[in-house]
Design a protein around this ligand. Structure first.
Ligand code: 0RA
Length: 646
């Protein structure tokens, strides 16, 4: 029976036109976060999410994404197709309602786990509103239907344009330049990453991407197909590619508790890092939430019970803490929740209370079985936990020493810090400067009202390879903690930051623009990523961009940040132009450093952001870890900076 005959399937009440296209275009950030590259890519995710919803409801197994030659995007799925029948309340085709009524959402059946909340789930109508043009094609009930739009408004009614034996929805859109003023260029890597992530989270769905803007050596458009047979198990292998596992198999837990489907995959590796990823309805919950706390609880209680009864803990003289059970653990927790509540700064923290016990119970039951059935793995894991507990004990001593020392020295700031006079953290900046001599120059060049300088001696510790107590014992790292004003975690949670004490809301890494400098930046970034991640998530971490060249002729001078700029200046100035290449910050004088790199009116600061998909985690473990081959490949393929955005 076709939808035309069964209009009750998508009753009028279920689609609510909440707000108009005009509002979306006036305040796009309210709907898609921002109008920079992130918001731009969000458009694609939004359309794909709708297709994934179809797949999760069991109606679709193939989704394709094409970046067209003109940088427009086409997505196609083999789902049921957006209904085209007349919508009772609105009196126009349901397709038109879905595409033009903001807040209509689109899904009429309540049983599916919609991707909604957070920044997702704003609906394809938002994508339409922010596109200069969009065309929707629906294959349904043997017919092809089509409607076109400009800036969210339909250009005509829905037209039947032919017959087909296909099913599904095809959407082509061009983001509106008037909205995305910064750029409308899509990143293949970013889009491919999301598809890869979705393929792991939804095993069995064929997700493909093709980039028609470019051709490879063989004259073909670059393309990839993501199809995961083993889902989260494969995801874990992918995330831990550069780490050495201590157990053979990924532990996989799948079940349903109180109508909440729970999937967990985990493995232990030789590192000291805890590496947890959590998802709700395919959305990466960066800020965690009830599902993650449920996982932690289930893991801790089950492992503790097992360890206690195994007698392995008999010789241990102190308590084991929650953290100890997660050292060297890589885990993914994925739940499906019918009506997710998202909280937190970035709306990526799950709030639903009932989810916590569902996950905790599922994990406890299934992990208990696993440990009984795999006594060898169980022993290896418990031994790792004991080692972690011992190391934590040593770390506590180191931490206490730091705190005692800072009290002895008047509880004060590190001696090397040149502080600013302003007290309001939101106005203050601190520059972490490579080397003492550059630190001196920066100190002379800065505006001491609001800019503080902390010189760092040479290379800071590679925290990726160090045990926690070594990290806390490291002088440079301790200086960073005390200068920033945040304390070194708590016994319960060593990564907990007291951000309200943070003394600067701009922390700027300033290193030489050469290979050594970028290595040092990467080390500092790794430290922040592993030990002060929240600070990155709040957008407090930046990277300075010193120029590479000074181009001069007589009284005329200008700086260049790359070879193109340099060449343009040489051409502009003509005969007799001199070029100085800055090999490091040290070659600039105070005034030059100020006017190129520190003066808020002229400098470019790059804000450090963390990309989803655990890509950042993989990259840091690859760059800083032990395994050599993947690292070489990464360095050859990419610029030195891992995933840092403008
Ligand atoms: C509304 C209702 C139904 C499906 C969809 C929308 C739908 C939307 C998109 C967007 C991209 N692909 C899509 N596929 C489906 C349910 C249809 C039914 O009950 O038959």
């Amino acid at each position: 029976m076709s939808d035309l005959e069964k209009p009750t399937q998508y009753s009028a009440d279920s689609i609510q036109a909440l707000e108009g296209i005009e509002h979306v275009r006036k305040r796009p950030s309210m709907y898609i976060g921002d109008v920079g590259p992130r918001g731009l890519h969000h458009l694609v995710n939004e359309v794909i999410d709708n297709s994934i919803d179809e797949a999760m409801a069991g109606h679709c197994d193939t989704i394709s994404l094409t970046i067209n030659e003109d940088n427009s995007i086409t997505t196609e799925d083999n789902g049921r197709g957006i209904p085209v029948g007349i919508h009772k309340k609105e009196g126009v085709s349901a397709l038109e309602v879905v595409m033009t009524k903001i807040g209509a959402g689109g899904k009429f059946d309540k049983d599916s786990y919609k991707v909604s909340g957070g920044l997702h789930g704003v609906g394809v109508s938002c994508v339409n509103a922010l596109s200069s043009s969009l065309k929707a094609t629906v294959y349904r009930d043997g017919k092809i239907w089509e409607q076109e739009y400009e800036k969210g408004e339909a250009l005509s009614t829905v037209k039947e344009i032919g017959k087909t034996d296909k099913r599904g929805t095809l959407v082509t859109f061009t983001p509106d330049k008037e909205i995305f003023t910064q750029t409308i260029e899509f990143s293949y890597d970013l889009l491919a990453q999301r598809l890869r992530e979705l393929s792991f989270l939804n095993k069995g769905i064929n997700l493909s991407i093709k980039d028609c803007r470019v051709k490879n050596e063989r004259g073909e458009h670059p393309s990839e197909v993501f199809l995961s047979k083993d889902g989260l198990k494969e995801f874990i292998r992918f995330l831990d590619e550069s780490r050495e596992p201590i157990i053979q198999e990924v532990i996989f837990i799948e079940g349903e508790k109180n109508d909440i489907p729970v999937e967990v995959a985990m493995i232990y590796n030789t590192s000291y890092m805890e590496n947890l990823h959590s998802y709700v309805n395919n959305i990466n919950t960066h800020e965690g939430g009830t599902h993650l706390s449920g996982f932690r609880r289930g893991l801790t209680s089950t492992l503790k019970k097992y360890a206690d009864s195994s007698g392995l803990l008999d010789k241990l003289k102190f308590e084991i803490s929650g953290d100890d059970f997660r050292e060297g653990l890589t885990a993914i927790v994925s739940v499906k929740v019918a009506e997710p509540q998202f909280e937190g700064q970035t709306k990526t923290k799950l709030g639903n209370r009932e989810v916590s016990s569902a996950v905790s119970q599922a994990v406890s039951e299934m992990l208990e079985n696993y440990l009984e059935e795999h006594p060898n793995d169980a022993k290896i894991i418990v031994e790792k936990v004991i080692l972690a507990a011992q190391a934590r004990h040593a770390a506590r001593k180191a931490r206490e020493m730091v705190q005692r020392k800072s009290i002895l020295s008047g509880g004060g700031l590190p001696g090397r810090l040149s502080d600013c006079s302003e007290q309001d953290p939101s106005l203050c900046e601190v520059f972490l400067v490579e080397g003492e001599s550059a630190g001196g120059t920066a100190k002379q060049g800065r505006d001491r009202n609001f800019q503080a300088i902390l010189p760092l001696k040479g290379k800071i510790l590679n925290v990726e390879k160090a045990m926690q107590h070594k990290v806390f014992e490291n002088e440079e790292i301790r200086n960073i903690y005390t200068a920033l004003g945040v304390t070194i975690g708590t016994e319960e949670d060593t990564k907990a930051l007291n951000l309200e004490k943070l003394r600067y809301h701009k922390i700027v890494i300033m290193c030489d623009a050469d290979v050594d400098g970028s290595h040092i930046s990467t080390l500092i970034l790794t430290f922040f990523f592993r030990y002060m991640r929240e600070l990155i998530e709040y957008g407090y971490l930046y990277i300075a961009t010193p120029p590479l060249y000074l181009v001069k002729k007589g009284a005329k001078k200008n700086y260049a940040w790359d070879d193109n700029q340099r060449d343009r200046l040489i051409k502009e100035y003509g005969q007799g132009t001199s070029v100085q290449r800055y090999k490091g910050l040290g070659e600039m004088n105070a005034e030059q450093l100020w006017e190129t790199t520190m003066d808020p009116n002229f400098r470019t600061l790059r804000k450090v952001i963390i990309e989803p998909t655990g890509e950042a985690d993989r990259i840091f473990s690859m760059l800083m870890g032990d395994e050599v081959p993947p690292r070489r490949e990464f360095i050859e393929k990419n610029a030195v900076y891992a995933k840092i955005d403008a």
